[in-house]
Design a protein around this ligand. Structure first.
Ligand SMILES: Nc1ncnc2c1ncn2[C@@H]1O[C@H](COP(=O)(O)OP(=O)(O)OP(=O)(O)O)[C@@H](O)[C@H]1O
Ligand SMILES: [Mg+2]
Length: 253
C-alpha cells in the first residue's frame, strides 16, 4: 500500500539523515519502526508527508501505486494519509471540538458524522468538547491528536510516538485505540519508544539505526531477536545503541 524505496533525505544539503530507507506498509497491517533517538524515525514520517522542502533527494514514495514523491502535503493528505505528529501538535487555545474539526478540512461534507464516530471512540472527548485543548491531560491530548487525524478519514495513519510521556493507563488506551482503528480497516505505521508494546501489536517491524534499516521481521521474530531484546525491550526510553551494532541486515522468509 505504502512503499518507500531507497529514500535519502535530510534537512540541509550537507547533512543526510535517511541513507537509503526502503520499507513497506501492506494494506490493513500495522507496521512499526523502532530506533534510538535521532535515528531518523520522525524524518521518515515527515518525508512521507512531504513536510521537508525538496526532500527526498533520492528514492521514491508510492501509495496505492501512485507516486507521492515531491507532492505537496495537502495532496498527500488528500490521497488518504494522516499524520499524528510527535508532540501531538495541539492548538492549545482552541477547544477540543475546534482541534478535531481542523482535521476535516478536506472532508467538510462528512465532518459531522465523522465527528460522531470519533467522539464515540473517545467518549472522554465528548465530555470535554468545549474545553481548551491545552487544559487536557497528556493522554486526553493524545486522543485529540489521533481523533483529528481520523477526521480526514484516512486509509493509512502515521503515528509518531503516541504513548510518549503517558501514564500506563493511557498508554494502554492508546494501544487499544490503535488496534481498534486498525480492526476497522485503517493501515497503521507506528513509531514507538515502547518497543515491547509496539512489537506485540505489529504485524511487521523495522529497526532504523543512523538512517538505515538494519533489521526487519514480523513482530514475533523481532521480539525473539537477541539484539532487539538487549537494546529495545524492557526499556521505555532507548539510549543510542552505537554505530554498527546491527551491521548486517537480516531478512526472514
Ligand atoms: N528540523 C530539523 N533541522 C535539522 N536537523 C534536524 C531537524 N529535525 C531533525 N533533525 C536531525 O535529524 C536527525 C534525525 O532526527 P529525527 O527527529 O528523525 O529522529 P528520531 O528517530 O525521530 O528521534 P527521536 O526518537 O528523538 O524522536 C537528528 O540528528 C536530528 O538532529
Ligand atoms: Mg522522533
Amino acid at each position: 500500500m505504502l512503499k518507500l524505496e531507497n529514500i535519502e533525505a535530510g534537512y540541509t544539503r550537507q547533512t543526510i539523515v535517511l541513507r537509503g530507507v526502503s520499507l513497506e506498509v501492506p494494506q490493513g497491517k500495522i507496521v512499526t519502526l523502532l530506533g534510538a533517538n535521532g535515528a531518523g524515525k520522525s524524518t521518515t514520517l515527515k518525508t512521507i508527508m512531504g513536510l521537508i522542502d525538496d526532500e527526498p533527494r533520492k528514492g521514491s514514495v508510492t501509495f496505492q501505486g501512485n507516486t507521492l514523491t515531491h507532492k505537496d502535503t495537502e495532496s498527500i493528505a488528500r490521497s488518504g494519509i494522516a499524520l499524528v505528529p510527535e508532540g501531538r501538535g495541539m492548538f492549545k487555545d482552541l477547544t477540543v471540538f475546534e482541534n478535531l474539526m481542523l482535521g476535516a478540512y478536506h472532508h467538510t461534507a462528512t465532518a459531522q458524522s465523522t465527528l460522531q464516530d470519533v467522539l464515540k471512540r473517545f467518549p472522554r472527548l465528548e465530555e470535554r468538547k468545549n474545553q481548551h485543548a491545552g487544559t487536557l491531560s497528556g493522554g486526553e491530548q493524545q486522543m485529540v491528536a489521533i481523533g483529528r487525524a481520523l477526521m480526514s478519514r484516512p486509509k493509512l495513519i502515521l503515528l509518531d510516538e503516541p504513548s510518549l510521556g503517558l501514564a500506563p493507563k493511557f498508554v494502554q488506551e492508546v494501544f487499544n485505540a490503535i488496534a481498534s482503528i486498525n480492526a476497522e480497516g485503517v493501515s497503521v505505521m507506528l513509531i514507538e519508544q515502547n518497543a515491547k508494546k509496539a512489537l506485540e501489536i505489529a504485524d511487521y517491524a523495522y529497526v532504523l539505526e543512523h538512517g538505515r534499516i538494519v533489521l526487519e521481521g514480523t513482530g514475533a521474530e523481532l521480539r525473539e531477536n537477541e539484539n532487539v531484546k538487549e537494546l529495545y525491550l524492557g526499556m521505555t526510553h532507548v539510549p543510542d545503541s552505537g554505530v554498527g551494532r546491527f551491521r548486517r541486515k537480516r531478512r526472514w522468509n
